[in-house]
Ligand binder design. Structure first.
Ligand code: ADP
Length: 476
């Protein structure tokens, strides 16, 4: 089977969050003698692009309304990622360092999608499956089904995986002329709330919809994302498939970014050495329990609760615990966290920014990882934390609910229910008690490290789904 994954991010080429980790690893686990798997993402000016060799295998011109853009398709020459990687180069729109947050993101990602369809519709062998990820690729199923130009792709099966339903790629019908010509009878397939909504269109036009955990699938039927009734309508073609993790990239026994490697059979010394190293970077005392947070600093992640939680906990525990925050995002939250530095000099540090190496060191060197998310479609941080013997403290929501059970129920982490500083502090209190019981905490670390979140069987679940969709298409 020929499978093409299309998305906005792919680790290690371009990463903002978990989407990159998934698109950079799932294809690797699907690629075998039965399946030929490739990935297409935009060509940003990232370090990976600059430091690796690419061959231009196709070029063309795309039209976005009255605008014309040249594009080229660059193939990574060594296949070192474990799948074929194609970068879609549209110089005027993607020749920039960042993945998102430009004023013309709608034009950028629409052009990307048009370029992908132009390229594959001209190929002699077309994919059996186009696997779209999030709203940046949400108009592909519509354009493939209804744009006359892409007639050849009409019968190609398409699925959309929703990694984050909050972001939907919404724009007004004034920009309808950006899309290649299609029969207006289908215009409703683009619309939600009187706008063109890329994610809603993908939900309507894809053969199947997946979310990245089962609980998140249940939540989006009722949560505040504006698409609730649409999700309810398509329930019979939706399913939750929990993400896996790349066991090669995230392996404490081989991770070259760590101070000392360790495994489940001998983790005590390794974890201690990594903790000492991490604490030395931020001048913190490694004898105290270390609570960390890694992630985008937004309300959906519960990051707005961190400053209050940290001051309250440091007051309660009279500075007998340490906190480390790694992230960036909302300026107000960044400022709150920076201001705390003036008050708590020895027990707290925040690193504003994106730093892959520091993230690995933090998973390895921390005792507990705080994940107080309001919304968490899957969450990979808790899986990485467990793999590195660090105990996740999570709010019971989405994929966190599906992966973490409280240790008092014989589980692998610490859970709380409310997105509030009070609830997080209660969880911290239980963590501090646990920390003083070396045997008990060791058992939970072992449980976490032994948990199997590899893609091995999950990737097979996707293959079965692809086969099901292709089978259905053949029946019709
Ligand atoms: P989301 O995709 O919603 O941001 P996930 O838990 O699915 O959250 O994935 C987050 C990924 O991004 C993890 O690989 C995590 O280590 C990484 N990450 C998040 N913020 C940072 C940061 N500031 N520096 C380095 N890695 C980060």
């Amino acid at each position: 089977m020929e499978i093409l994954h299309v998305g906005a991010e792919c680790y290690p080429v371009a990463k903002v969050g978990g989407l990159a980790d998934v698109i950079g690893s799932l294809p690797k686990y699907q690629n075998n003698k039965n399946n030929n798997v490739s990935v297409a993402i935009p060509c940003y000016q990232t370090v990976f692009r600059l430091e690796n060799n690419f061959e231009c295998i196709h070029w063309g011109k795309l039209k976005l309304g009255q605008f014309n853009f040249p594009y080229s398709v660059l193939k990574e020459t060594t296949d070192k990622l474990g799948f074929e990687l194609y970068l879609i180069e549209i110089p005027e729109l993607f020749d920039r360092p960042n993945v998102y947050s430009y004023r013309d993101d709608i034009e950028r990602f629409l052009s990307f999608q048009i370029a992908v369809l132009d390229w594959i519709s001209g190929r002699s062998s077309i994919p059996d499956i186009i696997h779209c990820h999030d709203h940046h690729t949400g108009l592909i199923p519509f354009m493939k089904n209804y744009c006359c130009k892409y007639e050849k792709l009409k019968n190609v099966a398409a699925i959309i995986t929703i990694h984050n339903g909050l972001y939907q790629g919404i724009f007004t019908f004034n920009k309808l002329y950006y899309l290649p010509e299609f029969d207006l009878i289908h215009i409703k397939e683009l619309e939600w709330g009187n706008c063109i909504n890329s994610l809603a269109s993908a939900i309507k036009c894809s053969d199947e919809i997946t979310t990245v955990s089962t609980t998140y699938l249940n939540e989006i039927n009722y949560s505040d994302n504006g698409l609730e009734t649409l999700f309810q309508r398509v329930r019979n073609k939706s399913r939750g498939i929990l993400n896996g993790i790349d066991m090669d990239v995230w392996d404490p026994s081989r991770d070259t970014m760590l101070e000392m490697n360790y495994s489940v059979t001998d983790f005590s010394e390794g974890k201690q050495k990594n903790k000492e190293h991490l604490c030395s970077l931020f001048k913190m005392n490694p004898d105290k329990p270390l609570f960390s947070f890694i992630g985008r600093l937004y309300n959906e992640k519960g990051a707005d609760l961190l400053a209050k939680t940290i001051s309250s906990a440091l007051t309660t525990y009279k500075n007998e615990i340490n906190f480390l925050i790694l992230g960036y995002g909302d300026i107000e939250i960044e400022n709150q966290l920076k201001q705390l530095l003036e008050v708590y000099k020895e027990n707290y540090h925040v690193h504003i920014g994106y730093n892959e190496e520091l993230a690995h060191k933090t998973y390895a060197g921390s005792d507990f990882l705080l994940i107080p998310s309001r919304i968490e479609p899957c969450g990979l941080n808790q899986m990485y934390a467990m793999r590195y013997g660090t105990i996740p403290i999570v709010r019971r929501t989405g994929g966190l609910r599906d992966t973490i059970i409280d240790f008092e129920d014989n589980g692998n982490g610490i859970c709380h229910d409310q997105a509030s500083a009070e609830d997080i502090c209660d969880a911290i209190q239980r963590a501090v008690n646990l920390y003083s019981d070396k045997d008990a905490i060791g058992q939970i670390r072992i449980k976490g490290m032994n948990t199997d979140h590899s893609w091995e069987h999950v990737s097979q679940e996707y293959i079965e789904l692809y086969n099901l969709i292709i089978g259905k298409r053949h029946e019709n």
